[in-house]
Design a protein around this ligand. Structure first.
Ligand code: AMP
Length: 534
């Protein structure tokens, strides 16, 4: 078992230096190239002053170069923060501010975005490195270096001071109060999952693995390190294919993929557009999904067309690293109403269904779902309050490191011993696979001067998006506020996937007996009011 994540790549570089490690379109890197360039980057970062525990933001689009950057950063004993390049600078700036990064790595495409973020941040002492030969002078940057002479640095990795309990990366997830939460993930957290998954899925050098998810989502951690751990090939899916269901299917076919891993929305999208033929994808061995419920009709659709493929449901939040439980579907469900369990815990993990007093609830009863085990993050970045609320001591534990994470999910244990996901206990939703806290969306609208009041609710849909985000609002007196105007204002604060698509202007928001906004009533209004603007 490796001690650090970069050891996976170094080992494969010894075993198969000329084998392809990662590819996107016409750009690809062998294990040998990946190892050499990431080591050189690590030496360069160290020479620029990067030290153990420092953080480096990655503003690099999904590409083989992004994998070099990740490995280079961890080889420099630092931690990387993959930045969501589609989010507005006003949303990214607070995340970057609280991460207190030592530096940032950019590519030619993202220099302007970094410029915009730094304007939001103001004073800063970030060291900026470009992974490409691009001119950085004359901008806001306090101190710059570029990688143009990186090949003069040693091609062997430097000595590491890091241990498995050091942070490898920080991922940000939507937070209920408006500011996204940073989830630090250690080398040990990722290795625990990857080791289980490599054994369970029998990943091997001949595997051709999809890299569908964007690199700031934790599912991509499995794509990247699962591939490197096995000496397989990572085939990054070009993001523009996400709007082209035929293109996604053709990608699987023409690249001869053996494993597909994505959020269910993508599978729904392909099923809805009927792009998979009978016995399609002859090389495909596994189809995995995680992040939300895969509707049973979609599963039936795929299982009937692809009888040679194994289908596995993975479940888990970012805070517990990639996935904590799994269920490989033994046979095609008989009907559309058969629920698909989230199954049993992966090795080293435990799923607990508990009541308000942290006692196990009897089988069949719904309780709060907690996770215990090797994947648990050390806690939210620089937020002891949120950490204390979500990461609790294991009841009766004598070791303070023995913790359980409150997922916010509701679940039940079936008579079959398997865990079934029931829903959420809070305002977090998934829309098109994106984790969104409606609290963050609402906070963005509350910050708009033109509104007196507003409330954001979600409605489940049959479509691939999973949930529609709906905004009811009361304009400030004398102001005329249209949905397109609100959308424009909010798009400066929220990523596009979190913007409401249905709107309702009201004179006042409905309240319940306690004076709180009556959200069930609002949901009903949106459900029945077809005039709500889209
Ligand atoms: P994220 O941190 O983006 O991975 O989101 C974690 C949340 O996604 C979980 O707490 C669940 O609400 C949901 N989730 C993850 N996997 C599944 C699954 N297989 N089935 C249903 N919901 C899931």
């Amino acid at each position: 078992m490796p001690k650090l994540l970069q050891d996976y790549a170094s080992r494969q570089a010894e075993l198969r230096p000329n084998a392809v490690a990662v590819t996107l379109g016409r750009s690809s890197l062998t294990y040998g190239e990946l190892e050499t360039t990431s080591s050189q980057l690590a030496w360069r970062l160290r020479e620029a002053g990067c030290r153990r525990g420092d953080r480096i933001c990655l503003l690099i689009p999904k590409s083989p170069a992004a994998i070099v950057a990740m490995l280079g950063v961890i080889k420099a004993d630092a931690a990387y923060i993959p930045v969501d390049l589609a989010s507005p600078p006003a949303r990214l700036a607070p995340m970057i501010r609280i991460s207190e990064p030592w530096g940032a790595l950019v590519s030619a495409d993202t220099v302007m975005l970094l410029d915009d973020i730094l304007k939001e941040i103001g004073e800063h002492s970030l060291k900026i490195g470009s992974i490409e030969r691009c001119r950085l002078e004359g901008r806001l940057f306090a101190s710059c270096f570029d990688m143009s002479e990186v090949d003069t640095y040693p091609s062997d990795p430097p000595e590491y001071e890091n241990t498995a309990d050091d942070i490898a990366h920080i991922l940000f997830t939507s937070g209920s109060t408006g500011v996204p939460k940073g989830v630090p993930i250690t080398h040990r957290n990722v290795i625990a999952f990857v080791e289980w998954a490599r054994n369970y899925f029998r990943l091997e050098p001949g595997d051709r693995i999809s890299g569908h998810t964007a690199l700031h989502f934790d599912l991509s951690t499995f794509d990247v390190y699962g591939t490197l751990s096995a000496g397989a090939e990572l085939h990054m899916v070009p993001p523009q294919l996400n709007l082209l269901p035929h293109g996604l299917a053709e990608f699987i076919r023409s690249n001869g993929l053996t494993q597909w891993f994505s959020v269910p929305s993508v599978l729904n999208f392909m099923a809805k557009h009927d792009v998979v033929m009978q016995n399609d994808f002859p090389t495909l061995k596994r189809m995995l999904w995680c992040g939300e419920v895969l509707p049973t009709p979609t599963l039936i659709h795929f299982m009937q067309r692809l009888p040679h493929v194994r289908f596995t449901n993975l479940y888990g939040p970012t805070e517990a690293t990639i996935a904590s439980s799994y269920y490989t579907v033994p046979e095609c469900p008989r009907d559309a109403l058969t629920p698909i369990p989230i199954g049993t815990a992966c090795a080293g993990e435990e799923l607990l269904v508990l009541d308000a007093h942290l006692n196990e609830v009897p089988p069949g009863e719904i309780g709060d779902l907690y996770i215990r085990g090797a994947g648990l993050s050390p806690g939210y970045w620089k937020d002891p309050e949120k950490t204390a609320a979500a990461f609790l001591p294991y009841p009766g534990a004598s070791n303070p490191k023995d913790r359980i994470y409150k997922t916010g999910d509701l679940a039940r244990r079936g008579e079959d011993g398997l865990i079934y996901f029931v829903g959420r206990a809070d305002t977090q939703i998934k829309s098109r696979g994106y984790r969104i806290d409606l609290g963050e969306v609402e906070a963005a609208f509350h910050s708009l001067e033109c509104l007196e009041e507003c409330a954001v609710v979600a409605l489940p849909t049959d479509g691939f998006e999973g949930n529609t985000i709906c905004c009811a609002y009361v304009p400030r007196q004398g102001q005329s506020v249209s949905p397109p105007y609100l959308r424009r204002q909010a798009s400066r604060l929220l990523p596009s996937y979190a913007l409401p698509t249905r709107w309702l202007a009201m004179e006042r928001l409905p309240k319940n007996a306690n004076g709180k906004i009556d959200r069930p009533l609002l949901r009903n209004l949106f459900r029945h009011d077809t005039s709500a603007e889209t």
